[in-house]
Design a binder for this molecule. Sequence first.
Ligand SMILES: [Zn+2]
Length: 85
Amino acid sequence: MADLDPVPGPDPVAGGDPVAGGDPPLDLTAIEARLLAVETALQRLEDGSYGRCSSCGSPIEEELLGNDPVASTCGACLAGRVEGA
Ligand SMILES: [Zn+2]
C-alpha cells in the first residue's frame, strides 16, 4: 500500500469566523450603562465633584479623563479594582 494522502482537495475550514472587524453589534446594556455614567458625570459637574475619584477623592488623571470623560475613579483605584481589592 502506498502511503499517500487520499484526497488532496481543499481543506474544509470548520469553525472559522469569516467576519472580522466591522461595527460591533449594538449592546443595549452597555449603552444604558454609558448613559448612566454620563448622567452621573453631569450631576458631578453640578455639585463640583467632577474630576475627583468617587472612591478615594483624589483628582482623576487628565489622561484618564481624556480617554473617558465620564471616568469616576482614579487610575490607582481602577488598578486596585482590577487586582481585586
Ligand atoms: Zn481613587
